[in-house]
Design a binder for this molecule. Structure first.
Ligand SMILES: [Zn+2]
Ligand SMILES: [Zn+2]
Length: 246
C-alpha cells in the first residue's frame, strides 16, 4: 500500500495548545493512504482530506479555493464528491464551504452543536485571522455513532467536544484511521480556551478516543502521524491530568 507523508511542518510557540498558529510548509497534495488524499493547509488554513473521492473533510478558509479546486479536480472526479464534512465550526476549516458547495453541489454535514455557529459565523474565530466570518447552511447533522459510507470505507462519527462543542472525529475501523480535526494533532491537542471550548470536555473526548485503536492520525493541521497514536493520547491525558488536576 503506497504511503507517503508530509514532512515539512513547522510550529510556532507551544504546539500542544496553539493549533491556530501552526504552519504547514508542505505544498500540494499526496495520498496518505490508498484512496485518501491530503491537501496540506498553508498558513492558518486547515488540511483538507478527500476520502475515497466521495467525502471532502473541511474546506479551509476559502482563500486557497482555486488551488484546492485544481488539486482536487486532478485527483478525482469531482462530481463523485457528495458530502462535505466540517470537523468543527472554525473559520480555518469551513470558510470555504460556500465556494465548495457551489462547485460540487455537495451537502454540508456538521454536528448539531456547531451547526448554529457555521450558519451564523458566531464563534468561528474569523476575527482571530483578521477576516470576516463566512457563513453557510448545514444540510445534514452528524450524530455520535452515525456512519458515513463510501465505496471502500465506513467512517464512524465520534463526537469529541472540547475544542468546540460540536467537534467530530471520523474513525475507520478496518485500517484504524482517525480524521481528528483540531481535537488531536501529531504531537498535541487543540486549544480548549476559545469560545465554546472546554478542557473537561476535551479530556473526556480524549478518553473516549483512547478506547479506539488508531494506526493513522489525519489531523486538521500539520502532519499525518503513523503509529504511536494510542500512546500519544495516553500522554495527552496524563499531561491534562497533571495540568488541570482533573
Ligand atoms: Zn479549530
Ligand atoms: Zn484549525
Amino acid at each position: 500500500m503506497a504511503l507517503d507523508f508530509a514532512q515539512n511542518t513547522e510550529y510556532f510557540g507551544d504546539s500542544r495548545r496553539l493549533c491556530l498558529l501552526r504552519v504547514a510548509g508542505a505544498k500540494g497534495s499526496m495520498n496518505v493512504f490508498k484512496h485518501i488524499a491530503v491537501f496540506n493547509g498553508i498558513g492558518y488554513d486547515s488540511n483538507v482530506f478527500l476520502l475515497d473521492g466521495e467525502i471532502l473533510v473541511d474546506t479551509g478558509s476559502g482563500t486557497r479555493f482555486p488551488i484546492l479546486k485544481k488539486g482536487i479536480g486532478e485527483k478525482s472526479d469531482a462530481s463523485e464528491i457528495k458530502t462535505i464534512v466540517n470537523t468543527h465550526c472554525h473559520f480555518d476549516h469551513c470558510g470555504g464551504n460556500k465556494k465548495f458547495r457551489s462547485w460540487l453541489g455537495a451537502e454540508i454535514a456538521a454536528h448539531r452543536q456547531d451547526k448554529p455557529f457555521i450558519e451564523s459565523g458566531i464563534n468561528t474565530m474569523a476575527e482571530l485571522f483578521k477576516e470576516k466570518p463566512l457563513v453557510s447552511t448545514v444540510d445534514k447533522e452528524l450524530k455520535n455513532g452515525s456512519r458515513l459510507k463510501t465505496a471502500n470505507f465506513s467512517f464512524e462519527v465520534i463526537a469529541t467536544p472540547g475544542h468546540t462543542p460540536g467537534s467530530v472525529c471520523l474513525y475507520e475501523n478496518e485500517h484504524k484511521i482517525l480524521v481528528s480535526g483540531d481535537t488531536l494533532f501529531e504531537d498535541g491537542i487543540g486549544r480548549a480556551d476559545l469560545p465554546g471550548g472546554s478542557n473537561a470536555k476535551l479530556y473526556n473526548s480524549l478518553e473516549k478516543l483512547s478506547r479506539y485503536h488508531i494506526n493513522y492520525l489525519l489531523p486538521g493541521h500539520g502532519n499525518v502521524k503513523v503509529g504511536g497514536v494510542d500512546f500519544l493520547i495516553k500522554q495527552m491525558l496524563s499531561a491534562m491530568n497533571r495540568d488541570l488536576k482533573i
